[in-house]
Design a protein around this ligand. Structure first.
Ligand SMILES: NC(=O)c1ccc[n+]([C@@H]2O[C@H](COP(=O)([O-])OP(=O)(O)OC[C@H]3O[C@@H](n4cnc5c(N)ncnc54)[C@H](O)[C@@H]3O)[C@@H](O)[C@H]2O)c1
Length: 344
């Protein structure tokens, strides 16, 4: 590692911005220097809170030589377009999830990274939670045996008010609803654990909100190698319930509820069961991504991007890796529209 302190700029000063700002402040070799929002008040408030310079014009912030890395935290449908602008200005780019809402836009962003020799990365905080890292290491080491199937259920709730802010639940800016905005955290985990998806059959509907996208999505998946999976995500569940993810192998069953371990039943190890798992999380709280564990995960993932720059390697959660969850979700949408299974 060099002694360089990396200058950061944020674009979008809304709900998720404090999580990124806090994470940057906790990194020794990072400093938040600029924040940009079309809404001047939002930019000024965020800048004042984190001792950075406010901007309302992205080009102006990108002209600054003291900013090396830009975190894109705007409505999802703008991520790639703004990311390309940042990459073309020579800045490394970190998008919050989803990296964007179309594969064409994501590919253009990845190409802009290659063209300008800058890193393109995303944050998916759940991947850095210790419990999910442990599951992943057990899968890698074969300690769960042959993996047979994995499922995730995200029975969350979001209010009508949440969907009336002009971008949530719209095709143009959210790219979808419950699956691409909320369930993506767990869909990303599921495919990280289970591998490449080969075939998907899905349904999506707006069951309890007046939105043009889905508040309910269900899908059956076949992974490479023949293993099975189920995804069910909603934002219409009464009061919201904790998300669940379960992995079943020939030597073990693992169940996590609300990011707490609920069952660890692995051959040769003491069985662990916790009926109280899942009492926290973002089940009905749009600000769930601001909890301490989420900030700590962002520290690690943003820190990995700095390490990738220093070491001349790809970030762990690079553009291609972040693209995978979006591809799966868009395939569920396609299957729902056509009534046919989709091969990936
Ligand atoms: N990782 C997580 O847990 C998590 C949690 C919440 C949101 N998110 C993601 O963060 C992104 C933003 O969500 P949010 O809830 O913070 O939204 P938000 O509506 O609270 O904030 C978005 C901000 O972006 C600004 N903006 C819009 N267009 C802009 C532009 N062209 N240039 C500069 N600023 C612009 C808006 O004025 C607003 O202040 C979304 O992609 C969402 O999926 C991630």
């Amino acid at each position: 590692m060099s002694n360089k302190t990396y200058g950061f700029g944020l674009v979008g000063c809304g709900v998720i911005a404090p999580t990124h700002a806090e994470a940057i402040m906790r990194l020794e070799n990072a400093e938040l220097r600029g924040v940009c929002d079309l809404n001047e008040e939002a930019a000024k408030a965020c800048a004042a809170e984190y001792c950075a310079q406010p901007h309302t014009d992205l080009a102006e912030m990108l002209a600054r030589e003291d900013i090396d890395i830009v975190n894109i935290l705007t409505p999802s449908g703008l991520h790639a377009r703004l990311g390309v602008q940042c990459a073309d200005a020579g800045k490394h780019v970190i998008c919050t999830k989803p990296i964007d809402i179309t594969l064409e836009n994501i590919d253009a962003l990845i190409a802009a990274g290659e063209r300008n020799d800058v890193k393109i990365a995303a944050t998916h905080q759940n991947r850095s939670y210790p419990i999910y890292e442990k599951i992943r290491s057990y899968i890698d080491d074969g300690r769960l045996g042959e993996i047979l199937y994995g499922n995730t259920f995200v029975p969350w709730y979001r209010s009508d008010e949440y969907y009336s802010d002009g971008w949530h639940g719209t095709k143009k800016l959210d790219g979808g609803g419950a699956l691409i905005n909320q369930s993506i955290h767990y869909i990303d985990l599921l495919i990280w654990f289970m591998g490449r998806v080969e075939r998907i059959y899905g349904f999506t509907d707006a069951l309890a909100h007046d939105i043009e996208t889905e508040d309910m999505g269900s899908a059956v998946l076949k992974f490479e190698g023949g293993t099975h999976g189920i995804i069910q995500g909603s934002t219409c569940t009464h009061n919201g319930m904790p998300a669940r993810i379960e992995i079943h192998g020939t030597k073990g069953n693992v169940l996590v509820v609300g990011d707490d371990l609920a069952l660890w039943d692995v051959e040769g190890e003491e069985r662990f069961e916790d009926a109280l798992a899942g009492k926290k999380g973002g089940a009905a709280d749009p600000k769930g991504g601001m909890q301490e564990n989420a900030i700590v995960s962002h520290v690690r993932q943003i820190g990995d991007v700095i390490a990738a720059v220093e070491e001349g390697r790809e970030p762990v959660l690079n553009g291609r890796e972040a693209r995978r969850a979006v591809e799966v979700i868009l395939s569920i949408y396609k299957s729902s529209e056509t009534g046919q299974p989709v091969a990936l």
